[in-house]
Design a protein around this ligand. Structure first.
Ligand SMILES: CC(C)(COP(=O)(O)OP(=O)(O)OC[C@H]1O[C@@H](n2cnc3c(N)ncnc32)[C@H](O)[C@@H]1OP(=O)(O)O)[C@@H](O)C(=O)NCCC(=O)NCCS
Length: 186
């Protein structure tokens, strides 16, 4: 899927001209692991400081290789990547089933944010959950991402604390998107 979205030109203030911002969403392959790792770190380091202290961003966005994504793929997590015309990974989404819950996560590089990339990635991951018969999906949303998930139909359930690999706590919000229409509920 190729998505084109108007992107404001650098000189937009003086000219109404726009240039297209194009990206493609596709299922990730093993060869994407390093690109996913780089996009993950870049996303956290560029967008995380809006809501978190520097020490949290440093631990959350600690350098990493592609190995953890390869492991996750091998364990059944489905990844989608958004790539630009040069094949650079702009962002990714992951879908996994954990304790019978369909869970997702979405990360987009700061220089590609607010262009619809995250929403397109989320839609791809959401489709996997729907195909898998999920009644809904859950996410432990970072404080940065709460408005994004809310704009995509999630509701906040409760504040929570995620423990980073370093052991440092990180505030987040448990959110849920239900696929079941209210009228269908018992
Ligand atoms: C959350 C994230 C994935 C959103 O990606 P994105 O590509 O910027 O999202 P979109 O462009 O599809 O945004 C869709 C809508 O969500 C809302 N939204 C997204 N980011 C927002 C922000 N920082 N503040 C307020 N609303 C926001 C807006 O309504 C936006 O529509 P608009 O741009 O037309 O106003 C991205 O900000 C990110 O990677 N954040 C850092 C990592 C992170 O916390 N990931 C979530 C882990 S649980």
């Amino acid at each position: 899927m190729v998505v084109r979205r108007p992107r404001p030109a650098a000189d937009e203030v003086h000219s109404p001209a726009v240039t297209a911002f194009e990206f493609q969403i596709r299922p990730a392959i093993f060869e994407d692991a390093a690109g996913i790792a780089a996009a993950h770190v870049a996303s956290i380091r560029s967008l995380g400081p809006a809501a978190y202290a520097p020490e949290v961003v440093a631990d959350w966005g600690a350098p990493r290789s592609g190995r953890r994504y390869l492991r996750a793929m091998a364990n059944g997590e489905r990844f989608f990547v958004a790539v630009d015309g040069q094949g650079r990974v702009l962002g990714f989404a992951g879908h996994r089933v954990e304790a019978r819950e369909h869970r997702i996560a979405v990360y987009v590089r700061g220089d590609a944010s607010r262009r619809g990339v995250g929403s397109a990635l989320l839609a791809a991951a959401e489709a996997v959950a729907r195909q898998g018969g999920a009644a809904g999906i859950r996410v432990d949303a970072s404080l940065v991402a709460v408005p994004f998930y809310a704009a995509n139909g999630f509701r906040a359930l409760a504040p929570a604390v995620h423990t980073l690999r370093s052991g440092r706590p990180m505030a987040c919000v448990k959110m849920e998107k239900s696929f079941v229409a209210a009228a269908q509920l018992p």
